[in-house]
Design a binder for this molecule. Structure first.
Ligand code: ZN
Length: 258
């Protein structure tokens, strides 16, 4: 009886040591990186516009790879009920639903030709209201076509935690951002229209890991034959798998904007 009791005590102790070890490991040094969970370099994968039907079938793939993405929605008023349901499901899987204006106009052109109040009312307040009515509360914004200026930035930062414009240069590192408090981010387009080869994108991911920063990438569609604003599935998978092998963390934009 006594030896059985000793054995149970010994096994309980072993189990407790195992639990303590597991909880310590969470914040330990991560192989391949050189920092802790909360300051680990990462990737913020963003999707633009309202291609819900295209994105939705890939949610299981994202789940299987632990991907958390940000979906910047424009033209919400053009979505039907089924598409709105799909968007809700995307959100339920832990992705961020962000805002990309009501009608996807070029804000710079509108600021020139109309007054700013009207632009804000039509392109921000109105569209946000429609999303809010259906339970979506975006806290981050992406400029249509990446067009912006300082005046717009100042105005829009009253409504949103951060604004995403576009990289638009050959300097990919411009799309590497800090892991917190971002206000203005420059996303790197990786659709076929961008003509970026895989090795350059992978190089950026490596840099994100080495510098503990976050690479902000932008996609419109996945695997479409009928348009160029898409990334082939094989290429997206390669990028996601490379991010995993570099032990990068998937951040939503709101996570790196606070
Ligand atoms: Zn857009």
């Amino acid at each position: 009886m006594n030896s059985i009791f000793k054995r149970i005590t010994y096994l309980t102790l072993l189990f407790l040591l195992f639990l303590i070890n597991q909880s310590c490991n969470k914040n330990d040094i991560i192989p391949g990186g050189n920092t802790t969970e909360n300051t680990r370099g990462g990737i913020a994968l963003t999707f633009d516009d309202n291609y819900i039907d295209n994105w939705y079938p890939y949610i299981d793939l994202f789940d299987s790879l632990g991907v958390k993405a940000t979906f910047y929605i424009s033209n919400y008023n053009k979505l039907n009920a089924a598409q709105k349901n799909k968007l809700q499901k995307i959100k339920d899987h832990g992705h961020e639903i962000a805002f990309h204006s009501t009608n996807h106009v070029n804000f710079l052109k509108c600021v020139d030709s109309t007054n700013v109040d009207r632009l804000m009312k039509e392109e921000i307040t109105h569209g946000l209201h429609l999303l809010n009515k259906d339970g979506f509360y975006p806290t981050t914004f992406a400029y249509p076509y990446g067009k912006h200026n300082d005046i717009l930035d100042k105005l829009l930062l009253k409504h949103f935690k951060s604004l995403r414009a576009l990289n638009g240069t050959q300097d990919l590192s411009r799309s590497l951002v800090s892991l917190k408090n971002n206000k203005l981010l420059f996303g790197l387009g990786i659709d076929e229209t961008s003509n970026r080869n895989l090795s350059k994108i992978e190089g950026l991911l490596y840099l994100a890991q080495q510098t503990n920063r976050c690479a902000v990438l932008l996609v419109h569609n996945i695997e479409r034959q009928d348009m160029k604003m898409q990334i082939p599935l094989w290429k997206l998978k390669e990028i996601l798998l490379r991010a995993k092998s570099l032990n990068l963390k998937f951040y939503t934009i709101s996570e790196i904007s606070k």
